[in-house]
Design a protein around this ligand. Structure first.
Ligand code: GLA
Length: 377
């Protein structure tokens, strides 16, 4: 906090007025169902993005990142609209635009959420800026509305058709708990997630793989779900049961059928995972995590060789459960592992990656941490 304030002052020659922070996330279970009005069970990780910010009177928006050597990007507030110039700065500009800010600002961001690892560094960036602006301009916007605004920024300004899970958990995550989020109305319930007292750890495995399919594949999956919903004349996948899906099989394509099967079964797995967590039944949780991966790999087809190898090697080395997390086609996997098996799992995954000549994987672990916050300097 103190460091970003100092960097801000060095860069802009003035003090910041507000400093905000927002975390990345890991999703325990409930993948690719946030845009289908499903339930998801993510938690906020300890790694976060910081945003230092101050208002300007001349209508200029200046943006810099400490990690990107503080090159200052400048744009007039009147030009902040979709299609504007900007590279990663669009995540920041999108939030300024979606919150309807009309005044200029100086912004400096910094952070520790690894980019490209599927841990939602983009949501952390958007949410840190959103809570900073909310505080700076006394906007008084609720957390669910900030989640909607940041999702809109990513959908309509950046052009990535993401759902609402990442932004919601970055804003509303709770220390020690996973967040059961109803993506239909953004109501939440904290589900205590204390693996450590059961001698377990949640290992995050960054495969360092990024496949070209990421954007196109994500949009295609969403389109398949939209098509099923339109053909079956239901409001969303949430309204579908396995029986109804089987009965309607002839009305949809085979691909649509398996995509929908993932959505229906994944929503059920989230609810079962909540029950398992409530009774500290980590064996059942592990099984549900495995079933989720199989469904994402086989029915939803969003896994990739690196993720499958990470999952298979973890399970072979004793993990209770393991699956890919996030959008897929690369990024990270998680493994629920007994503390005494952590090193064994890490070295099994590393050797399996070496044997396949994949990039060297990176390992993280994180306890459920707090959501975004902002304070005046
Ligand atoms: C990405 C998106 C989320 C969600 C996940 C898959 O992280 O940003 O909205 O759809 O993929 O669960």
């Amino acid at each position: 906090m103190a460091t970003i304030a100092r960097h801000f002052e060095d860069l802009y020659g003035r003090k910041p007025e507000v400093i905000a922070e927002a975390p990345g996330r890991v999703n325990l279970i409930g993948e690719h169902i946030d845009y289908s009005e499903g339930f998801v069970l993510p938690f906020a990780i300890a790694d976060r993005t910081y945003a230092a910010i101050a208002a300007r009177a001349d209508g200029l928006v200046r943006i810099a990142s400490h990690q990107r050597r503080e090159r200052i990007f400048t744009i007039d507030i009147n030009d902040v609209k979709p299609g504007s110039k900007g590279d990663w700065e669009k995540y920041v500009l999108g939030v300024i635009w979606s919150l309807g800010v009309t005044q200029g600002v100086d912004i400096l961001v910094d952070g520790t959420v690894p980019a490209g690892a599927g841990l939602s560094s983009s949501a952390a960036l958007e949410c840190s800026v959103a809570v900073a602006l909310n505080e700076l301009f006394w906007l008084d916007i609720s957390l669910p509305d900030l989640a909607r605004a940041t999702q809109k920024a990513e959908n309509d300004y950046v052009g990535m058709p993401c759902g609402i899970m990442d932004q919601s958990v970055s804003l509303m995550g709770q220390v020690g708990s996973a967040l059961l989020l109803d993506c239909r109305d953004l109501t939440t319930e904290s589900i205590p997630f204390d693996v450590a007292s059961s001698g377990l750890e949640l290992l995050i495995i960054d495969t360092q793989a990024h496949h070209a399919l990421v954007d196109g594949g994500y949009a295609e999956r969403r389109a398949d779900c939209d098509s099923v919903v339109a053909k079956l004349q239901i409001p969303s996948m949430r309204h579908l049961t396995l029986e109804a899906l089987e009965a309607a099989r002839s009305q949809i394509s085979e691909t649509e059928f398996i995509r929908a099967r993932h959505a229906v079964t994944e929503i059920a797995r989230v609810m079962d995972a909540v029950k398992a967590l409530r009774t500290s039944d980590f064996v059942t949780l592990g099984k549900l995590i495995n079933e989720s991966h199989n469904s994402l790999r086989d029915d939803y087809a969003v896994s990739c060789p690196e993720l499958d190898v990470a999952v298979d090697a973890s399970l072979a080395a004793g993990a209770l459960g393991s699956r890919m997390v996030g959008g897929g086609f690369g990024g990270s996997a998680i493994a629920l592992v007994k503390q005494e098996d952590i090193e064994k799992v890490k070295s099994a995954v590393t050797s399996a990656f070496e044997a396949k000549r994949f990039k060297k994987p990176r390992f993280f672990t994180s306890l459920p941490s707090a959501g975004a916050s902002a304070s005046r300097c």
